[in-house]
Design a protein around this ligand. Structure first.
Ligand code: DX5
Ligand code: ZN
Length: 221
């Protein structure tokens, strides 16, 4: 089966003081820019408030894939769609009304993503598959870049791939994706890959994006 592969670099590990140059380095070879929004409540780390995130979304030459790691996400998620994101992902653990928030995101024209942490079962959220444009399976505990890839999440990825089948729902993995782990995730069925430190700690980030893509594509073909 041929699957379309998407590489979505995360700017969490980029130099945030010169963000537009950092984005320019990977723009030509990447599909989307992964924006990690953390509130220091849902996760023990803070990245951007909505105002700063909106600025980045407006200035980015790449379409933005917002990953909202914030508590009470139902309130803020649609605003990320309104701000121009191509995709907005909420965490199942942070929402009290998944269906209506996914609907509200789609209503803004953005793709609606549903993410789960390593300890959360996909089985509990399979019934939402008609309402999502992307499932995100975390392959680290959300909160920080540069953590070790959790191989044990691959069973969850495989199960989610089975659930999706050939429907145009993206299957994203996030955390610890590198040239050493991307093939395993692609083999399990992922098609959309977040890579933070692997890309921005590389001497040539664009070349790394290409290598990651080649690696995933060769497995997915
Ligand atoms: C972690 C974030 C990730 C992070 C990935 O909570 O959601 O997107 O930036 O960074 P790496 O690729 O370094 O694991
Ligand atoms: Zn992320």
């Amino acid at each position: 089966m041929t699957r379309e592969i998407r590489i979505t670099p995360s700017i969490l590990n980029a130099d945030l003081t010169k963000l537009s140059q950092e984005i320019a380095r990977i723009a030509g070879v990447s599909d989307l820019l992964h924006l990690d929004v953390m509130d220091n409540v849902f996760v023990p780390n803070f990245t951007f408030d909505f105002e700063r995130a909106s600025q980045i979304i407006k200035e980015s030459v790449l379409p933005v894939d917002a990953h909202l790691m914030v508590a009470d996400v139902d309130l803020i998620a649609p605003a990320y769609g309104e701000a121009g994101c191509a995709s907005v992902t909420i965490h199942a653990e942070a929402t009290t009304n998944i269906a209506s928030t996914l609907r509200a995101i789609r209503h803004t024209g953005a793709r609606a993503g549903l993410g789960i942490k390593p300890g959360t079962k996909i089985e509990d959220y399979e019934s939402f598959s008609d309402q999502v444009d992307m499932f995100l399976i975390m392959t680290v505990e959300p909160g920080f870049g540069g953590q070790k890839f959790m191989h044990e999440m691959m069973e969850k990825v495989r199960r989610t791939r089975k659930l999706i089948g050939d429907r145009p729902i993206w299957l994203q993995v996030d955390g610890g994706i590198s040239i050493d782990t991307i093939a395993e995730a692609a083999e399990a069925g992922a098609d959309t890959f977040v890579a933070g430190s692997a890309v921005f700690n590389a001497g040539d980030p664009a070349a790394m994006v290409l290598s990651l893509r080649n690696c995933a594509t060769s497995v997915a073909d």
